[in-house]
Design a protein around this ligand. Structure first.
Ligand code: NAG
Ligand code: NAG
Ligand code: NAG
Length: 483
């Protein structure tokens, strides 16, 4: 494969010719700067106001770069703004729309996150290497080292064979693939009810048990910081200076609720005490049994083996009552959640507590059939006071004490038309359950579950900061910039 560049001197108009030699003879394809309009960018945006601003900044950057190359700007879509269907974040429901709107006049759909930097000319070159008349699924591959619960233990014999895209590096579908997938989405709804790790599920759907497309690794789709020397060849990078939204939220503005039960008073609570409890100013343990040595509070809700809906709604009511200090933020965690409160305080500075904010790791239930999204409880659920006020005012409640609390809250929010806000920094599972390369470019806020790990060692390795200052729960500036 040969690639020629003819940059003209006056306006940098890139002409890229790809000469592909194939067994069947010669074939020419050309994706030139004039054809930027053949690329449709979809920013995987969210409707929370902070994320809207981030996504709009990303869109402005893409359009600005395009403008310096060509007079005709590409289409740049913000995913959250495409329809009223909140479940669009799961991408597949969007494919029929993308196929219908761009199936005839475009070549590529490029998906990116609001954090993804794009070097437009490089990206055009990279896409030009692929025959746009064929089906392509392009990205930066991730793989599992071990089979993992978040992927339903898929490929248990050899988990590393299956590759799925790191969304942070951007990923692309050629239009022929979009058109075929759109028909498939219309004909057969998704088999799985749950949307847990979208990037893996999208890759499985496209792979179709080997009958469809596998992910083609594109080395130019990267997650290196944009100023890193290793990023020279990259068409995408990650921001090296992530958003600093101001001073971290102070510790006295976060109320922490830990759900536990008698059975775990001696097993799990001591881990919280040895790791992150000291970072909380206001923290209460809620149990089915009052134990003054911890102390725990008995909310009068019997313990249940499975869901904790009754307990969680009692916590929401208590948060609004005069029995606890008045804070803008409520964090609800399990007794086996490991969390960095200083990092959470930094993150929360980006959000407006006077908006109804529900933040954490987003899962979906039945999204292809009008289901709902929810914050999965184990990684920690964060609510602004306003969100709690609206939830309780709506009269929404548990259908039983042992209903899954996080899912019921998701249903309630869906009924209220309030979105949940996703942060990939919260984790419902253990570090070993996520791809190593995925964790490599984030500063995590939480993990969950003690199964087969030493939770204190995991906390120290993944969530503890050595640079913490002694001032009101703040983080050292140099730590802040890593977030
Ligand atoms: C998309 O954004 C525009 C402009 O802010 C707004 O008028 C429109 O209602 C939004 N559409 C959806 C589906 O959110
Ligand atoms: C393709 O069609 C869509 C509408 O269906 C339009 O918004 C878009 O601008 C068109 N793209 C080009 C390159 O003409
Ligand atoms: C902040 O971090 C820098 C760089 O690691 C360190 O040298 C400095 O002592 C820290 N400041 C405080 C107040 O902890």
């Amino acid at each position: 494969m040969l690639i020629f560049f003819f940059p003209s001197l006056q306006s940098f108009s890139l002409v890229l010719i790809v000469l592909a030699v194939r067994a069947s003879g010669f074939m020419w394809t050309c994706l030139c700067s004039q054809d930027l309009r053949e690329i449709v960018f979809v920013i995987q945006s969210q409707s929370n106001s902070f994320h809207v601003r981030q996504a709009e900044r990303r869109r402005a950057d893409l359009l600005e770069q395009a403008q310096s190359l060509t007079e005709k700007p590409p289409v740049v879509l913000l995913l959250h703004n495409l329809s009223d269907n909140e479940g669009d974040w799961s991408i597949l429901p969007l494919l029929p729309y993308l196929s219908q709107s761009f199936g005839k006049n475009s070549s590529w759909i490029v998906f990116l996150e609001e954090e993804t930097n794009v070097k437009m000319t490089k990206l055009v070159q990279v896409l030009g290497k692929f025959d746009q008349n064929k089906e392509w699924f392009l990205g930066k591959p991730l793989h599992d080292e071990e089979s993992t619960i978040i992927h339903h233990y898929a490929f248990a014999e050899n988990p590393s064979v299956f590759k799925y895209p790191d969304f942070s590096a951007a990923w692309a579908l050629s239009i022929p693939l979009v058109v075929r997938l759109a028909n498939k989405v219309r004909d057969e709804p998704l088999k799985s009810d749950f949307t847990i790790d979208l990037k893996h599920e999208v890759a499985l759907y496209i792979w179709e048990n080997g009958k469809g497309q596998h992910l083609t690794a594109v080395p130019e789709l990267c997650t290196e910081p944009d100023d890193s020397p290793q990023a020279q060849h990259c068409a995408t990078t990650l921001r090296s200076l992530p958003p600093l939204c101001g001073e971290p939220v102070s510790a006295d503005d976060v109320f922490v609720a830990v759900k536990t039960c008698k059975k775990f008073h001696s097993e799990r609570v001591p881990v919280v005490k040895k790791t992150w409890e000291k970072d909380a100013l206001f923290l209460e343990y809620y149990s089915d049994h009052a134990d003054p040595s911890i102390p725990t509070i008995n909310l009068g809700v019997p313990n249940t083996e499975r869901g904790h809906c009754g307990k969680t709604f009692a916590i929401l009511k208590r948060f609004l009552s005069d029995d606890v200090p008045k804070t803008n933020w409520l964090l609800i965690v399990d007794d086996d959640t490991l969390i960095s409160l200083p990092r959470l305080q930094v993150l929360l500075s980006c959000y407006d507590p006077f908006e109804p904010v529900c933040l954490g790791e987003r899962y979906g239930y039945g999204l292809s059939q009008g289901g709902y999204s929810y914050i999965t409880g184990g990684g920690g659920m964060v609510f602004s006071r306003e969100a709690v006020v609206r939830l309780l005012k709506s009269g929404c409640k548990c259908y039983s004490n042992d209903a899954p609390d996080d899912m019921v809250l998701g249903m309630c929010l869906n009924a209220l038309g309030l979105p949940v806000t996703h942060s990939p920094l919260f984790h419902q599972a253990r570090p070993e359950d996520y791809a190593r390369d995925f964790l490599a470019h984030q500063v995590p806020v939480s993990f969950h579950k003690h199964w087969n790990i030493d939770p204190i060692a995991v906390f120290n390795k993944w969530l503890k900061d050595d640079l913490r200052t002694t001032t009101a729960g703040g983080l050292n500036k140099s730590t802040k910039t890593e977030l």
